[in-house]
Structures are given as C-alpha cells and as structure tokens.
Write a protein that binds this ligand. Sequence first.
Ligand SMILES: Cc1cc2nc3c(=O)[nH]c(=O)nc-3n(C[C@H](O)[C@H](O)[C@H](O)COP(=O)(O)OP(=O)(O)OC[C@H]3O[C@@H](n4cnc5c(N)ncnc54)[C@H](O)[C@@H]3O)c2cc1C
Ligand code: SF4
Length: 565
Amino acid sequence: MAAKVYDAIVVGTGAGGGTAMKILCEAGLQVCAINSGPRMDTDQDYRGHRQVYDLKYRGYGDPLRLKGKAHQEPYSVEESEYSEGRDLFEHDVAYSNAPGTDWYWKRCKATGGKANFWGRSSARFGDIDFKAADLDGFGENWPVDYAEISPWFSKAERYMGVASTIQNRPSNPDGEYLPPIPWRCIDYIIQKGAEKIGVPYLPDRCAQLTVAHNGHPACHYCGNCSRGCDVGSFFSPTWFTIPDAEATKNLTLLTNAIVRSVIVDEDGMVKGVAYVDRATPKEVEVYAKVVVLAASCVETAHIMLNSKSRRWPTGIANSSGQLGRNLCEHLYGSPGYGYLPRLLGQPATPDNIADSTVAWSPRWQNLKNPREEKFIRGYSVYIGGGCGEFPGYYGQIEGFGSGFKRDIKRYYPTSIGALIQAPTLPSPTNYVDIDPEKKDIFGIPQLRFHFQWGQNELLMWEHSKQVMVDLFKAMGGEMWGFDDEPNRPGTSLHETGVCRFGNDPKTSVTNKWAQTHDVPNLYICDASIFPSCTDKTTTMPIVAFTMRTCDHMLDNFKKGVHNRA
Ligand SMILES: Cc1cc2nc3c(=O)[nH]c(=O)nc-3n(C[C@H](O)[C@H](O)[C@H](O)COP(=O)(O)OP(=O)(O)OC[C@H]3O[C@@H](n4cnc5c(N)ncnc54)[C@H](O)[C@@H]3O)c2cc1C
Ligand code: SF4
C-alpha cells in the first residue's frame, strides 16, 4: 500500500507551529503536526488554583524527580510541583555546551510548547529594529520593513488579544489593543520617579484578556499565568490555535514523536521527515508536499543540521553556510531591586497581576542619535512588584527564623525589582553546531552551543545599573542590591537567528517569506529566521511572521509551485 502523503507536515505545535497548523488546516490542507512530547491536558496540567500549602514540597517539587534523566537541570518557574507527575518538560534529550559556554536550554515538550507558560509581553518590532544596520552600520538589515509587516502584527494582535494603550513612540509602534491591565499603586510611584530621570514607564503590550475576546473569557486575575491559565484568558496554542486546527478535521496530530531529520528525494527537495517514537523507540517516516519547521529556533537548526544527504552534506538548505550561525539572545538580570519605604505599613492589596508584564520601560536609549551612548541599539526594562502570591524578594533580605518571617511580611506590599532585556549583536563566535562526539539516548547527534556575552550588551548591563540607582533615588526607594552578573545565556527564551532570512541566498538561509532559498518546499515558522534581537520579545512577532509565511505558502499552492497531495 502506498504511504500517505500529507499536504504539509508541521514540526512543533508551539506559538509558531500552532499558528501554522491552524492557518493551513483552515485553508483546507491536510496537515500532519508532529510534537516531541505528550498532549497538554488543561485539567491535569494547569493546576494553578491549588495553594502552595496544599503541595507536598510547597511548590518546589520533589528534589529527586529528575533522577536517572539524561538532562538533569531543573527549569525555573514554569516547571513546578503544580505539574509534577506529568512529563511535560524535556529532560531526555541532552545537549552540549562548548568549553566556556554555559547555555541554559529550557524546553517544554508538551503540545503548545513554552507558550503554555509564557510571560505574554507582546510589543511590535519597528523600523528602528528592521533597519538597525542602516542606522548604526552594524550587521544586516532585515529583508522587510514596518509598512509591510504592520498589517500582520494587527492580524496577530486581533487573534491573540493584546492589552495596552496608544503611546505614540515610533521606536515602540502602537497596535490594536484591548483595554490595558489596570495599574497598581506601585506603578504610579515608579512612573513618577521614571519621569524625573527621563525614562518611560508605560503599560506593556500584554497578551492577556482584559475583556472577553474571540470566545475566550476575560482574565479573573488569579495571578497563576506562569503555571498555565485554567480558563484560557491569555493566548496559548493549547487554548487558541490547536482547538481551531482540530475543528477543521484536517489535522492529524502525532505526539511523543521527536523529529530527527528532514528527508529528501534524489533532487534534494523535501519529501517528509523522520521521527523517533519515544515509546518504542523506533524511527518512522512521514511524507508531505511541504514541510514547516517550527521546533523553536535552535531546535529547528538542530533538525536541519542533522538532515545531511548527498545533496546537502552540511545540513539541509545550507548552501550559504549560515545554518546555526548568528545566534542572538536577550541578556537578562536584575540591575536593581529594593523597596518603597512609603508603602511600609500599608495593607496588602489584591493586585494579583504581579505575574503579568503590567508595565515596562521600552527602549529610550540611542533614539535621537544611534550613537548617543557607549553602546549601539538599546535595551528595555521590566519592573515587577506588588502583592503576588509568593514573596519572591525573600532571597534579597537577610535574616533567619521568626525575625526573617516578620521582615518578609513587613516588606510584602513594598518590594520592587527590575529586569533588563538587552539584545546581543550577531557575532561569528555565537552559534550552534552538532557535537561530533555525543548522541542523545535516542541516538540523535546532540546540539552544541557556542555563546559568550559581547561588549555591547555588557555596556548596556552596566548602564542599566546606574539608571536603577537614579530611579530608586527619584522615586524615594531604597535599593537592596543588584545581580552580581547577568543570568545565564538562554534564560530569556528569546533566542533568535540560527536560520536567518534575507534577500541574498549567499548570506541567508531563507528568503523574506521564510521559505528556504535552496529547498522551496521547506519553510520555517519560528524565531530562528530573525537575523538579530531587539529590545522586544519574540512571540507575537513569531505569530505574525508565521501568518504571513503561511499566506505566501498557500499562494504557492494556488499557483502550482506546490501541488496538493
Ligand atoms: C516563563 C516564560 C516566560 C516567557 N515570556 C515571554 C514574553 O513575555 N514574551 C514573549 O514574547 N515570549 C516569552 N517567552 C518565550 C515564548 O514562550 C517563546 O518565544 C515561544 O513559545 C516560542 O514559540 P515556538 O513555537 O518557537 O517554540 P515553543 O513554544 O517552544 O514550541 C516548540 C514546539 O516544538 C516541539 N518540538 C521541539 N523539538 C521537536 C522535535 N525535534 N520534534 C518534534 N517536535 C519538537 C515542542 O514539543 C514544542 O511543542 C516566555 C517563555 C517562558 C517559558
Ligand atoms: S491571571 Fe488571568 S490570564 Fe493569568 S492564569 Fe489567572 S485568569 Fe488566566
């Protein structure tokens, strides 16, 4: 019997893959979506409304839970005791760090991926980002401009539901928004202080539903977003794109299937993918007219680098040699934390939105002149605080025993902390490749990271620490301190760049539609196509660019560039 051939295979069901499968299924294509882990079950896996005291390990989880796993490192925040007992995070597939690299690669392998638990900050990129190379002469421009992408941002925002306000800052373009998340007392205090030192403090663009939207209920502010939303009041593939795709009856969803490579015909064109079934663990092939890779940036490059054939000896679609190159990331870390003495003694308020990016300070540096500062481009800052469920500042104050507990309570409504989001610049020394020595437990050659912070982002880090000293002074706060060094690379989960798009096939992996230059029936729908990082996060742009790529692909089906199966 001839093997089934789908119209399209989509690898990954996260922000990118979920959006691709929704659009392709709704257009009538027969789609096979392949996901490396199990199906996310909202009843079992999103258990946010339990209290910490109901949990055996008070939310921290069984310290022995990773015993015997290939990748032992626990992941922060989202991998908690709330979802323990379910195998949602990747600890079977190990990866390597080259000497001197300390990359922290957090992976959610369940359907929906990391966007089950994401922070929801959803700003638009602008021409200051797309045309940065024209402004400061460093690196490459993106092959698109704001006028071209803006309608796709609108489409993504309208679908996802993003709460914010119109702010009239060209470096941080406005979009189509739901009403903003109400501000807390601390936000007004921070804003006043920020104004005094010329730093913007504005409502963030947050993909959280302040009103009911497209059949999804309004947020009830339980504050548990990082453990998944029980009712679907923020955008996630689990509540949005996957049900939409399934409703068409055009979707076949394979779970616990780790794609190891893209397979090609004699001409080097894509004919399907090979995956390892976790349970057996046997290798299986699936066939399609078109393959979409959306396995989340570096994993997409991993699959492509492992897709070697006579035609593609260094990895599929790698005639440019750029596959795996230009790895960028956000430098994260706290440049300042402390408290607001004027709030001491105030009652705690039920502002359980401490888990959300209610407000932020979008990039304010190098706007008038691209070389005003010692560094080029710019960073943004999130400042958190308020009466969250957990007093996260406990590690920032000294003491022990009953005095320590008393201080934690005393400072409860007063503490605030900043987080810098500083983009790295593409560098020839920051990249991923295949470790020639190591294979994971499924026999798949491991991905290896090569990455160091560069001078530019370290200058931003130092700059942000001074800004925090000034800000705390301006708002009458007391500073407890700042992080001694940035968080480990990988922490932000906003990596970009390892399959960059561009107009020149000699210097980029895909064209401006995210269709690989070398193999026209291979598309990419994640942040690996973004040639550089910005001061903004990546998920809403992943959704917007995926919508645009799928539109182009459907056009190619109509024109006969790709034929239906
Ligand atoms: C706590 C947290 C906070 C965050 N905050 C923000 C924020 O505020 N704003 C923002 O924009 N972003 C934020 N992010 C990042 C955001 O989650 C990612 O940008 C987004 O999820 C990336 O989408 P993706 O589809 O590329 O990858 P993912 O969502 O990771 O999905 C990838 C999918 O591919 C599957 N897969 C992987 N490898 C394979 C394989 N070999 N074979 C088959 N399937 C495979 C996985 O199972 C997964 O389902 C945050 C993330 C976390 C965890
Ligand atoms: S705060 Fe709102 S979006 Fe977050 S988990 Fe609760 S209901 Fe969902």
